[in-house]
Design a protein around this ligand. Structure first.
Ligand code: NI
Length: 168
């Protein structure tokens, strides 16, 4: 089922998500919905809090339209190693109509559980490394705009307020 993606400044996006303690049929259904919602949007990643579920679950697929899908499902993901620097433009399904460059690590090693509860490790670089960092941030209640300089963030907030007023 395609779920509604919460957008800034929804307060749920600022909340910290809880670890998944047991993988159940409800977890599998959550992941199915997240995958469907991500591909429908379309986006390259989605974290459970973006659909209002405060659990540490992320899905990522950076392969794009023209390639076969390379779906990653990561439950309770943890960055166990990070190195290098990246500064690429990011957007977010929860922050529509806005993009900005964000400082990230260029490479990360991520450990997580898959849907069968097996431990998985990813050695991610470039776009995939950035996607992992972006999605794991969501589990901490952090949006990419929170990484911007005070000045840039203020410009973003002003834009967002204006867009909200125009919608009214
Ligand atoms: Ni995002």
């Amino acid at each position: 089922m395609i779920r509604t993606i919460l957008t800034y400044p929804n307060p749920l996006l600022k909340k910290k998500s809880a670890p998944v303690t047991v993988i159940t049929e409800a977890t599998r259904e959550l992941v199915r919905d997240m995958v469907e919602t991500m591909y429908d949007a379309p986006g390259v990643g989605l974290a459970a809090p973006q659909i209002g579920v405060l659990q540490r679950v992320i899905v990522i697929d950076i392969s794009g339209k023209n390639e076969p899908p390379e779906l990653i499902v990561a439950i309770n993901p943890v960055i166990v190693h990070a190195e290098g620097e990246a500064y690429e433009e990011e957007g977010c399904l929860s922050v529509p109509d806005y993009a900005a460059n964000v400082k990230r690590h260029a490479a990360v090693i991520v450990k997580a559980l898959d849907l069968d509860g097996a431990e998985r490790t990813w050695h991610a670089e470039e776009l995939l490394a950035i996607a992992f960092q972006h999605e794991i941030d969501h589990l901490e209640g952090i949006l990419f705009v929170d990484h911007l300089s005070a000045l840039k963030r203020e410009i973003f907030q002003r834009k967002a307020r204006k867009a909200a007023e125009e919608k009214r």
